[in-house]
Design a protein around this ligand. Structure first.
Ligand code: KIV
Ligand code: NA
Length: 264
């Protein structure tokens, strides 16, 4: 299998072949997901919740992100490795450059930042400095205290319009991938159609160019809360490799997410 790259991901969108993604935080799971042919492995700052037992992603540090990025990237042959910039690590463009450098040195091929319009200068600067960037809109967990909880975003017409505008602006600024989290199916469909870059959804319905889940949710082993949009694939087959393979097949065939795992 050839190594996944920004160009192969774009080609997948253009050929309407769904992109499969999972979070990973360590070498063993990363290798297993890679061997099952998952396209993208995200070292998510969700590790604050599923590994560290925190109530949000806010306490996660750049050093922790770099450590887990190093763990994941070691044994990966095929998958594209993407790492989250944690809370406050990209508050200014200069901080973003210094901290993105740590994740890239640890083996990331792309960094992910949460936010819209306020990030355009930072994104443009990162891309100019040869750091590929993934955007993240909709429910942005680092803003949980501003949003007032982990809630579906973009339900009101004005908010939906703002999200589409932000997505287009991020693409213009140079992001090569976009994650859309917890938005209505129709809004995610609209964004996926309007952008030329691949859009990866989580709780965003079936019409995005790909899907991502937190690995602990997909295996039904998360310590605290199991989101409605996730599915426990381990429950069905009792084997981790088969669970991953079934998740991948369901994303590719459009069976996942069903309307039970989406919002309208
Ligand atoms: O941190 C994470 O796991 C994420 C995904 C849910 C997209 O950002
Ligand atoms: Na994240």
């Amino acid at each position: 299998m050839k190594k996944v790259s920004v160009s192969s991901l774009l080609a997948q969108k253009q050929a309407a072949q769904k992109i499969t993604a999972l979070t990973a935080y360590d070498a063993s799971f990363a290798k297993l997901f890679d061997e099952q042919g998952i396209d993208i492995l995200l070292i998510g700052d969700s590790l604050g919740m599923v590994l560290q037992g925190e109530e949000s992603t806010l306490p996660v540090t750049i050093e922790q992100m770099a450590y887990h990025t190093r763990c994941v990237s070691k044994n990966v042959q095929h998958a594209f490795v993407m790492a989250d910039m944690p809370f406050m690590s990209y508050a200014t463009p200069e901080q973003a450059y210094a901290n993105a450098a740590k994740l890239m040195a640890a083996g990331a091929q792309m960094v992910k930042l949460e936010g819209g319009e306020w990030l355009l200068e930072t994104i443009h600067g990162l891309v100019q400095r040869s750091v590929p960037v993934c955007g993240h809109l909709g429910l942005t967990p680092q803003s949980v205290n501003v949003l007032g909880g982990f809630k579906v975003q973009g339900r009101e017409a004005a908010k939906a319009q703002q999200l589409v505008a932000d997505a287009l602006a991020l693409e213009q600024a140079g992001v090569q991938l976009l994650v859309l989290e917890c938005v209505p199916t129709s809004l995610a469909q609209k964004v996926s159609q309007q952008l030329s870059i691949p859009v990866i959804g989580i709780g965003a319905g079936v019409h995005t160019d790909g899907q991502i889940l937190v690995m602990h949710d997909m295996l039904g082993i998360s310590a605290n809360y199991m989101p409605k949009f996730s599915k426990n694939y381990l429950l069905e087959c009792g084997d981790i490799r088969q669970a991953v393979s079934q998740y991948k097949d369901d994303v590719i065939s459009g069976q996942f997410p069903s309307s039970a795992h989406s919002f309208e």
